[in-house]
Design a protein around this ligand. Structure first.
Ligand code: URA
Length: 213
């Protein structure tokens, strides 16, 4: 089966559907629909974020695009050869990912940037299909603990056995996959010093080393 990301007919999450409807009225020029993943299914790396930002991915229709978190993420991916072209903060900027795909744990923008457990579970039905349809997938780079737990949940691993920690490498042996943890590249994490550009650069460098090993 090929992977089909959710489209605007998706109504699995009543709260997110209501929020989308509000935003369609408030911001009629925005994308305002489940944001489809970016990059090809034949990639070896899958970067997993949290959810679209209201005025970022939810506006542009591409993950992390026009979000502060993307201003951190994209230049560092490019520096390590995992992206090419100019990141112009628009879905039509011609920017491309190389051997990398980016998706979100929850594909619709949530109110106050907070997702619920039910929403992660409901959207997990897409995440698992996406992972299953990546034949070359070697490494999952989870940005934040929500993405970490979403991956464990959809793949059926016990959360207690795999604790989230920045820089941790988890072997998901049943699936022949490595999961690498990073703090999310959010404005909050950068402003508070929880994550620095150098720390994230080191994570992406590590991801490249893992897939080459
Ligand atoms: N933050 C995320 O986790 N995902 C996006 O797509 C944008 C911001």
């Amino acid at each position: 089966m090929t992977f089909c990301p959710p489209d605007k007919s998706c109504n699995k999450c009543p709260r997110l559907l209501d929020f989308r409807r509000i935003n369609v009225k408030k911001f009629p020029t925005y994308f305002n629909a489940p944001v489809p993943p970016f990059g090809n299914l034949d990639a070896e790396i899958l970067v997993i974020g949290l959810a679209p930002g209201l005025n970022g991915a939810n506006q542009t229709g591409r993950p992390f695009t026009n979000d502060y978190a993307g201003d951190v993420l994209y230049p560092i991916l490019k520096k390590h050869g995992l992206a090419k072209g100019n990141y112009g903060k628009r879905a039509d900027d011609g920017f491309e990912l190389v051997n990398t795909r980016i998706t979100n744990s929850v594909k619709c923008v949530p109110p106050q940037n907070k997702v619920t457990g039910d929403e992660i579970k409901a959207c997990g039905t897409y995440l698992i299909e996406e992972i299953k349809n990546m034949p070359n997938l070697k490494l999952v780079l989870t940005l934040g603990s929500v993405a970490h737990n979403a991956v464990l949940g959809v793949l059926g691993y016990k959360k207690a056995a795999f604790k989230f920690a920045h820089g941790s490498i988890h072997k998901l042996d049943k699936h022949n996959l490595i999961m690498l943890n990073s703090y999310h590249t959010s404005r909050y994490n950068i402003n508070t010093g929880v994550l620095t550009y150098q720390m994230f650069d080191d994570i992406v460098k590590k991801a490249c080393e893992i897939i080459k090993a």
